[in-house]
Design a protein around this ligand. Structure first.
Ligand code: ADP
Ligand code: NG1
Ligand code: MG
Length: 470
């Protein structure tokens, strides 16, 4: 039934299957195809599908140039579409009616940065294809989106939508694109929404393989597929608070704190600091270990936040120059910068990713291996909470309850400030763990009660993007 049009074993190309692949959500797809027919009066020609991800360890370090360790989840965004033969007209509808219908022209559209709506993420994906293939006059399409990833919860619903949009646009215009290129293109074009992310989400969605977690490195983008130790399970729990990253400046402030901290460290070593923007680039230039980089940051920065004037004095620039070289339009209003805590988090978290992978790679996995992985996850949460300050009281409470309920490790996942946590649990303790967390976190609180059912789920490493030709 599922004949691959491209070589299926080649991880670099996107698999296009003819007809709905076996073992996929056939019933969901059939219902969506019927809905598409009702909405547009024509058959859908393709389904593009992009998964969300859960990051196991390595938070807020992709944009610093460091490797991260996520895996794709089964929850996804799918786009059903067909060409509509109207000049460049995109009609966009969502199976969830809380997302209102949208119509725009592929030749001319704006992406809202301040308070983006859902169609702005789709436009980012279209813009990514326009940037890479500027001479292609993009065709008009009728599109129906359906998503199962909890939104604004750190499981990357935004990037799954952007990847789906780019993929849809590519397929509709007969553009063949490799997965690596799609991941890089989407990492760039999602920035049109205003958040300066690092590329983990788009790479996980594009390059995941069933059964393996992945260590993703950047510049150049590289994925190593890693088998997780037998006997461990990962459970995602929602704190039932959410935050839209593009509607607040928390995220971009962290990005510039890392950049400015790096530039001050570079300047203190007599390097051309304007050319160095990421902690990883500085580490390469200095040829120091991650723990030496952490020591260097701790010795250099005081614990109190830095003012703009103090930073300008250290770098020998005017405020205008600082805005031009390091801050940019999104964060030019920020007055105080935490450098000590943020850089400590980055270097120690980058090291934890390496240690986590080392344990997964080792040939012997015993009780101690699972404990080490769990301990690394706990340290990561602590660092996110106390140094990077991207947790929330709900996430701190939830991860503590997860640990009390038998998790070997528990941490926030994704950008934080709300959203989900991920816990490492022994496979044989999974049922009792889920039952206990439901009782303690969800059912014990009237506002959270009844939401426990969808808010806690065990997850296995899922597959990356694919396209179904209908
Ligand atoms: P996340 O951690 O889920 O990536 P973001 O704040 O980055 O959170 O992105 C969330 C935004 O993505 C939502 O506000 C919405 O605009 C868009 N989005 C997510 N899921 C869907 C969906 N099923 N349909 C339409 N838009 C969606
Ligand atoms: P989420 O939480 O999915 O929006 C964001 C960034 C990632 C990464 C994490 C924190 C985007 C698209 N995603 O993810 O690149 O920096 O936060 O580790 O900006
Ligand atoms: Mg996102």
């Amino acid at each position: 039934m599922s004949e691959n049009r491209y070589q299926s074993s080649d991880m670099y190309t996107i698999t296009i299957t003819d007809g709905i692949p076996q073992n996929s959500s056939e019933e969901r797809y059939l219902q969506l195809m019927e809905k598409f027919q009702q909405l547009y009066g024509q058959h859908a020609s393709y389904i593009c599908r992009a998964p969300g991800r859960v990051n196991l360890i390595g938070e807020h370090i992709d944009y610093c140039g460091y490797s991260v360790f996520p895996m794709a989840i089964d929850q996804d965004i799918v786009a059903l579409f067909s060409i509509n033969h109207k000049d460049h007209e995109i009609n966009l509808q969502n199976s969830d009616k809380s997302y209102s219908e949208s119509k725009f022209n592929t030749e001319q559209f704006d992406i809202r940065k301040q308070f983006p709506l859902w169609d702005d993420y789709f436009k980012c994906g279209v813009q990514g294809i326009r940037d890479k293939y500027p001479n292609t006059k993009l065709k008009g399409m009728n599109i129906l989106i359906d998503g199962t990833i909890p939104r604004s919860a750190g499981l990357s619903s935004s990037s799954a939508l952007v990847v789906c949009a780019s993929l849809t646009t590519a397929i509709a215009n007969n553009i063949t694109i490799e997965k690596n290129d799609l991941a890089e293109l989407c990492a760039e074009c999602e920035k049109y929404i205003g958040t300066q992310g690092g590329g983990m989400d788009q790479a996980s969605s594009c390059l995941a393989r069933t059964g393996s977690a992945m260590m993703i490195s950047f510049n150049p983008l590289k994925v190593v597929h890693v088998l997780l130790p037998v006997g461990c399970a990962f459970v995602v729990t929602h704190s039932l608070t959410e935050i839209n990253k593009a509607a607040t400046d928390h995220f971009n402030t962290r990005v510039v704190e890392c950049r400015i901290g790096t530039q001050i460290l570079a300047q203190s070593k007599g390097l051309d600091w304007r050319k160095i923007r990421k902690p990883f680039e500085l580490q390469e230039a200095l040829k120091l270990s991650l723990s030496d980089m952490e020591k260097f940051a701790v010795q250099t920065f005081h614990l109190e936040p830095y003012t703009v004037d103090e930073i300008c004095a250290l770098l020998g620039v005017t405020v205008h120059d600082l805005i031009e070289t390091s801050l940019g339009p999104n964060t030019k209003h920020v007055q105080q910068f935490e450098l000590h805590k943020r850089l400590r988090h980055v270097f120690s978290e980058a090291n934890r990713v390496l240690l986590f992978k080392q344990v997964c790679d080792s040939t012997v996995h015993d009780e101690q291996s699972l404990h080490t992985l769990g301990e690394l996850m706990n340290q990561s949460h602590y660092s996110c909470s106390k140094l990077y300050e991207c947790s929330s009281s709900e996430l701190d409470e939830l991860t503590a309850i997860c640990r009390e309920s038998g998790a070997l490790g528990s941490r926030l996942t994704g950008a934080g400030w709300g959203g989900c946590a991920v816990s490492l649990v022994r496979q044989d303790k999974l049922d009792i763990f889920i039952k206990t967390v439901k009782e303690k976190f969800y059912d014990s609180n009237t506002q959270r009660a009844n939401k426990g059912q969808q808010s806690i789920f065990a997850t296995l490493p899922g597959c990356g993007v694919y396209v179904v030709k209908l």
